[in-house]
Design a protein. Structure first.
Length: 85
């Protein structure tokens, strides 16, 4: 378990999630239909996979299809921008 901040939210880690982790979700960025150049740009930064919480948020019914809005809260550097991409 990750340590929690004073707000009770889990602290982000600097570890890149491994594709085999994530409660049954494929965490590889390339598996989400992103533009190849975007995936390559993230790879140059060492980001090739989502964190488990990101994959879980995107797996909610209707989120990726655009039929459902997603509201989430994460600490600074927690990975919010990657979910928006």
């Amino acid at each position: 378990r990750r340590p929690k901040s004073s707000s009770g939210m889990p602290q982000p880690t600097n570890q890149t999630a491994r594709p085999e982790e994530g409660a049954g979700h494929d965490l590889r960025l390339a598996s989400y239909g992103l533009n190849d150049q975007l995936v390559a740009n993230y790879a140059t930064l060492g980001i090739t996979a989502l964190h488990a919480w990101q994959a879980e948020a995107l797996a909610l019914d209707g989120v990726l299809e655009g039929g459902r809005a997603l509201v989430y809260v994460a600490p600074t550097s927690g990975g919010k921008s990657l979910v928006v991409e």
